[in-house]
Ligand binder design. Structure first.
Ligand code: SF4
Length: 320
């Protein structure tokens, strides 16, 4: 089998925010994260609310600058890009947000919304924009009569399709889907997930798919990364993770997913306590305050993300 090519390489990425007051300290939203995204794959990221997955997604498209570390997109370091170089890079990495209503300008028609990327990048003279807009509507399964409509005249699913069409407009190399189906009804959610899958196959897209819902991440991902309090604690192929997860946090997340086969259903592991604040994370392994398997070493030392089987990475002292 041919070697897969790396599209995105994140190396020791940290994103820290200063708290509003001196007492609130520094929020470590992303805390030393390294991983690769391969060309043509869907890399799913799952974790509880506040674990840093959305900040990481925004950093990969440079809507957020990393505090430390490097991010390479197709071999180019995008971490410090600015000006024209950054603008050019943004054509190659797009993002789809959770709430399509919040990101579609209510005063613009669908046609005007889809024209925006070509206006921003001064492409109107170089591209047959009208033809491209018609093509985008067809790609996302919408009739062109919607082009004269305003966002409030569309359903939630149609709005998200417009969000996807806009993200596709400039033929990006990667699309960050940030809770892209979380605000939709379950049936519409399934249609949008199918559409994303079809587009990936048809256009050879790469996705970084963020969700708090492991079930949704499982449906679409080739590989899955599990985040806890700013750190990546387990990364593996979908199949590997389904068969065997090592990190106690992943185990707890998976035990909450209902299985069709009742015999395969593991007993639900209920985690104790709240997720600690990212402005004051626990020492050592951030998960030690809730981990049923924690020991003294866990409180003192940060576990490194290690490859314990080919392609299966875990950050836990039990596998050090
Ligand atoms: Fe639990 Fe320790 Fe492993 Fe952290 S390092 S997940 S606290 S066993």
């Amino acid at each position: 089998m041919p070697e897969k090519e790396v599209l995105v390489k994140a190396e020791h990425v940290k994103v820290y925010f200063k708290g509003k007051t001196r007492k609130s300290g520094t929020v470590k939203a992303v805390d030393d994260v390294s991983f690769d995204i391969m060309k043509g794959e869907t890399f799913g990221v799952v974790g509880e609310s506040g674990c840093g997955k959305s900040t990481l997604g925004r950093t990969l498209v440079r809507l957020q600058k990393p505090t430390e570390g490097n991010i390479y997109l197709d071999g180019k370091n995008i971490s410090d890009m600015k000006g024209a170089e950054l603008k050019q890079m943004r054509k190659e990495a797009q993002i789809i947000f959770q709430d399509p209503s919040a990101c579609l300008n209510p005063r613009r028609t669908v046609r005007q919304i889809l024209m925006e990327p070509f206006e921003i990048h001064n492409l109107k003279g170089q591209v047959d924009v009208e033809a491209r807009i018609q093509e985008l509507m067809s790609l996302v399964g919408l009739d062109t009569y919607h082009l004269s409509r305003y966002p409030h005249e569309l359903s939630g699913g149609q709005k998200q399709r417009i969000g996807i069409a806009r993200a596709l407009a400039l033929e990006p190399k990667i699309i960050i889907c940030d809770e892209a189906v979380s605000a939709l009804d379950v049936s519409v959610q399934a249609q949008v997930l199918n559409l994303l899958q079809e587009l990936k196959e048809k256009l050879g897209l790469t996705y970084f798919f963020i969700s708090h819902n492991l079930n949704v991440v499982y449906q679409v991902s080739d590989r899955v990364g599990v985040m806890y309090l700013g750190r990546m604690v387990e990364i593996a192929d979908y199949d590997q993770l389904y068969e065997k997860r090592y990190h106690p946090y992943t185990e707890a997340l998976l035990s909450a997913i209902p299985q069709v086969d009742q015999d395969a259903q593991s007993e639900r592991i209920r985690l104790q306590g709240e997720v600690p604040s990212p402005s004051n994370p626990p020492s050592g392994c951030h998960f030690h305050t809730r981990c049923p398997k924690a020991c003294d070493k866990c409180r003192a030392e940060v576990p490194e993300l290690r490859e314990i089987e080919p392609g299966h990475f875990v950050a836990c002292h039990l596998y050090g």
